[in-house]
Design a binder for this molecule. Structure first.
Ligand code: ZN
Length: 414
């Protein structure tokens, strides 16, 4: 078995994935995302590996679909990151694992009654663990609309799930007062509760990973080959992003520390230069994940722990390296591009103690484990599809429907 896997690894590595022309404007680099999806197939047990191997080209080439959608599909861009350090600094770390609580405690709720528009809750004390009831805001109490009591957090949680989230709108999020009268005692008919979403713009990667996983389990359960392939490729992309330290930081491109461009330096330039020749991608067999949420958050926390070294190592290296040894000129697709020199990249890579390689290796084994677990959670369905009803073409067709002419304004995350 080992030699078989070894041969497969050689086979996969021998396939020359295009690099330079695809490396420019991409997270983990298009090249790295494709490599991670492709190599994860090697971690699977025989039954599953047979299925994924027979669709290897699809799984590989569609590893970058989520990045292509970022500019075309509303709500896609925020699925690729979470500003964990931003929320930790504000004291919300203990609440982030649960999406609903994170939303409740970070968003702002306002009550609109005629001309009046007042803050409804003061959630900070709950977020800091001081109390377990949500108190009404000082301005609401002073205006004598509310008394000094609050409502239990659990009541707000349940109302949020039932009445507020179903009418979510990132731009204008309003809930009729009538829908909240059971929970908020003083609310009158005609009142409107407006919610200012201050959470999602800072990224929803871990929650979206959980959601995509559940969709993949459903796809396996219903034996929908098109969806299995599309979601397997997609989740590979998000798992890859979750392993990139700067995808968990508000300083995602070094813009807060005078290191603009470090995002692509770490996740694109280094793999492009060294992955095939130097990285070891034999990572062992995929394992079943018994607690998916903890598994996802461990990835995110591990990535976040590396943010400081990603930034400080480059900062120190740049201070002892002359600018002409940091940046070289490279020709790509007929364009001359200023990019980090190979020697400079090599020094950075070694000073990081092979961190980029380790995060790529972790991406591969973790992706294999996610695919395996989704299949097991779905009851290990037989994946011998009738080849005469091969749906792969449909899956490819779906992606071609993305309106490339529609360009959304999103965070520049490269
Ligand atoms: Zn991405």
């Amino acid at each position: 078995m080992l030699s078989y896997r070894f041969i497969l690894v050689l086979l996969l590595l021998s396939i020359n994935l295009p690099k330079g022309n695809l490396m420019q404007k991409a997270e983990w680099g298009f090249y790295s995302h494709k490599l991670i999806n492709r190599m994860a197939v090697c971690t699977l047990p025989d039954d599953l590996m047979t299925f994924y191997r027979s669709n290897l080209d699809y799984i590989t080439s569609h590893a970058v679909d989520p990045d292509k959608r970022r500019y075309a599909v509303k709500g896609e861009a925020i699925r690729h990151y979470i500003d964990l350090d931003y929320w930790s600094r504000l004291g919300y770390s203990n609440w982030l694992k649960d999406y609903t609580y994170a939303m409740i405690l970070t968003n702002r709720f306002y009550i609109e009654r005629g001309e009046m528009n007042l803050l409804l809750f003061d959630t900070l004390a709950v977020a800091q663990g001081i109390q377990d009831s949500v108190f009404f805001s000082t301005e609401l109490i002073q205006s004598k609309i509310a008394d000094a009591h609050g409502i239990p957090l659990s009541d707000l949680h349940s109302a949020f799930l039932k009445k507020m989230l179903p009418v979510y709108d990132s731009e204008l999020w309003k809930v009729s007062g009538d829908d909240l009268r059971e929970v908020i005692p003083f609310i009158e008919s005609g009142d409107i509760v407006k919610i200012d979403d201050r959470f999602t713009a800072h990224g929803i990667l871990p929650y979206h990973l959980e959601r995509t996983y559940n969709q993949l389990v459903d796809a396996f359960r219903s034996k929908n080959k098109t969806r299995i392939l599309r979601l397997s490729a997609d989740i590979g992309h998000y798992i890859g992003d979750a392993h990139v330290p700067l995808h968990t930081s508000e300083n995602y491109n070094g813009q807060l520390s005078g290191q603009e461009g470090i995002h692509a330096f770490w996740e694109s330039r280094i793999p492009e230069l060294f992955a095939e020749a130097e990285f070891d991608f034999v990572v062992g067999p995929a394992m079943y994940i018994s607690d998916l949420r903890s598994f996802i958050w461990k990835i995110i926390m591990d990535s976040n722990c590396e943010v400081a070294s990603v930034l400080s190592t480059e900062k120190k290296l740049s201070q002892i390296t002359s600018p002409d040894q940091q940046f070289c000129f490279d020709e790509r697709q007929g364009n001359v591009t200023k990019i980090q020199c190979k020697d400079y990249a090599k020094k950075y890579h070694l000073l990081l103690d092979n961190q980029v390689e380790e995060r790529m290796r972790a991406s591969i084994i973790d992706l294999g484990s996610v695919w395996l677990s989704a299949w097991i959670d779905a009851g290990q369905p037989d994946l011998n599809f009738d080849s005469s009803r091969d749906q792969t073409e449909d899956a490819i067709g779906l992606d071609s429907l993305i309106p490339v002419s529609l360009k959304l304004k999103i965070r520049d995350h490269e």
